[in-house]
Write a protein that binds this ligand. Structure first.
Ligand code: HEC
Length: 116
């Protein structure tokens, strides 16, 4: 009897610890300041704005377009890390890439864009 009681207490405590972890760490924590700093540094803002479409689509629009795409993270990561060309006013121009090789920063930026 005693051993069952002890086990139950550990079970309850364990459950509480698990719940506390979920409450204190948001499942999806994007570092917005770091994302924006990287956009600035990489000159992305020359062509993209969060709200409105300039030469490139607004990040809100991109996020909406990729909303139900299971490959969104992979596709956007590729787009912002590998050189490519995009059409602006009928002309093909080089699309920029992010000015970092830090995978965590790139991932953070991609998730920031996709969560606009
Ligand atoms: C010379 C202007 C220009 C620059 C600089 C630029 N972009 Fe773009 N970007 C475009 C255009 C044009 C497109 C394609 C059409 C559109 O989305 O409007 C595009 C598309 C994208 C897309 C969507 C890709 C898709 O599959 O829909 C993302 C994400 C993106 N850019 C992010 C970035 C990031 C991050 C940077 C900085 C590293 C950057 N862009 C720099 C013009 C630019």
């Amino acid at each position: 009897m005693k051993s069952i009681m002890t086990r139950n207490k550990i079970g309850v405590a364990g459950t509480l610890v698990v719940i506390a972890c979920f409450l204190s760490v948001p499942a999806y924590a994007v570092d917005a300041a770091d994302a924006q700093e990287l956009l600035e540094k990489s000159k992305c803002l020359k062509c993209h704005d969060v709200e409105k479409t300039k030469k490139g689509k607004a990040y809100k629009k991109i996020a909406a377009d990729y909303k139900s795409n299971p490959n969104a993270v992979a596709a956007i990561t590729k787009h912002v890390t590998e050189p490519s060309q995009v059409k602006i006013e009928g002309e093909m121009v080089d699309h920029g890439v992010v000015k970092t090789r830090d995978k965590a920063r790139i991932q953070n930026l991609v998730e920031w864009i996709l969560s606009r």
